[in-house]
Design a protein around this ligand. Structure first.
Ligand code: HEC
Ligand SMILES: [Cu+2]
Length: 364
């Protein structure tokens, strides 16, 4: 339904052009296609939007937006309407009567001081209310997730007993349980923003910021960094995946396990494992269950399960993974993962990279 509305909106905007108007019937199939997308994946319906709130906090923020926008529209229409009317009524006409001239009008002056003050007061009351809603005390049953902003990706940590489960770029949460994010940065400023969950909140060095929200519906929600943080700031995206409580428990249990071992020691996966765990990757990445210890890059223990690659900028498939490993900075300018294939010293061959891809994809 939403997509139909959006399409209708863009049609309305097209109206002034004659040529466009006659082209409308041609747009019909597009409209039908959009309408049929309704039952589809949540993501195609709501790419990254503040207008489909999925938590109480996001609803409150949207409500505040609507309140101020509609008040602005009414004030704007009244002001400009009145101005237009006055300009028209008192326009110059040769030989016409001159409008009555006078200085000052106490009633008017009091009215145009009080009325705006009243409007601002109404907005202030609702704003303060919304601010309190965005700063709740963390409930006792909250799920704590540590979020660390990196250049240019996200690390997520879950404490399970004495174990810490670390993953990247896709944050998993259950529905119906408050989530408390503990936002940190060990480099520059970033800002956590998944608009359907909540407004932006900064990740600041030497400080822990909190953000508490309760997802209502399972689904995949888009987000991205909202504070300029260097070259590839615009490529620092993320997905928030809200599960049913059972689905979340299963995800967490799987994440807690060490990486799966190749079943056949002669397979491409096994060759890839050797290249990854004993090669250059080990200096920057961790795969639990192997001797890898590097913490410069994302933890890859269950990388094969991630939907996306390199902070949500592309689908996690063999072709994209291959070009990423071959030359990450070509995909993501400034990337802290260096070029490892092609025309560099000790480059990995394309064949070696395809073994590495096979191993990474096996990490379910
Ligand atoms: C000098 C450190 C360094 C080396 C060496 C390195 N990486 Fe990375 N890697 C990174 C960093 C940093 C990122 C995050 C880049 C970004 O998204 O901005 C990354 C990202 C990745 C990702 C994407 C992870 C995700 O969650 O999307 C994969 C996969 C990956 N590296 C695999 C490898 C493999 C395989 C090797 C060895 C062939 C390797 N890396 C070598 C630092 C390194
Ligand atoms: Cu950023």
């Amino acid at each position: 339904m939403k997509s139909v509305l959006t399409a209708a909106g863009s049609l309305r905007r097209l109206r002034p052009g004659r040529a466009l108007r006659s082209g409308l019937p041609a747009l019909l199939p597009v409209l039908l296609l959009l309408a049929s997308a309704c039952g589809d994946d949540h993501l195609t319906r709501f790419p990254q939007t503040t207008f489909a709130p999925a938590t109480e906090m996001a609803s409150e923020q949207m409500w505040l937006f609507h309140l101020t926008m509609w008040m602005g529209i009414v004030v704007g229409l009244l002001t400009f309407g009145l101005m237009g009317w006055i300009l028209w009524k008192f326009r110059y006409r040769p030989g016409g009567p001159e409008a009555q001239q006078f200085h000052g009008n106490t009633t008017l002056e009091i009215a145009w001081t009080l009325l705006p003050a009243l409007i601002v007061a109404v907005i202030a009351v609702f704003t303060v209310r919304a601010i309190f809603i965005t700063q709740p005390e963390p409930p006792a049953n909250a799920l704590n997730v540590r979020v660390i902003g990196k250049q240019w990706w996200w690390e997520f940590q879950y404490a399970v007993g004495r174990d810490t489960i670390i993953t990247a770029n896709e944050i998993h949460v259950p529905v119906g349980q408050p989530v408390q994010l503990l936002l940190e940065s060990d480099n520059v400023l970033h800002s956590f923003w998944v608009p359907q969950m909540a407004g932006k909140r900064d990740l600041i060095t030497n400080r822990v910021n909190r953000l508490v929200f309760t997802p209502r519906e399972p689904g995949v929600y888009m987000g991205q960094c909202a504070e300029f943080c260097g070259d590839s700031h615009a490529l620092m995206k993320m997905r928030l995946i809200a599960h049913t409580p059972d689905g979340f428990r299963q995800w967490l249990e799987n994440e807690a396990r060490p990486a799966v071992e190749p079943t056949d020691s002669a397979s491409a996966v096994a060759v890839g494992k050797k290249l990854v765990t004993q090669g250059v990757c080990a200096g920057c990445h961790v795969i639990k269950g192997t001797p890898m210890v590097g913490r410069t890059g994302p933890v890859l223990t269950h990388f094969g399960r991630r939907r996306t690659l390199a902070a949500g900028i592309m689908e996690n498939n063999a072709a994209n993974l291959h070009s990423w490993i071959r030359n990450a900075p070509a995909v993501k300018p400034g990337s802290k993962m260096p070029q490892l294939g092609g025309d560099v010293q000790n480059a990995l061959s394309d064949e070696q990279i395809s073994y590495i891809v096979a191993y990474l994809q096996s990490l379910q």
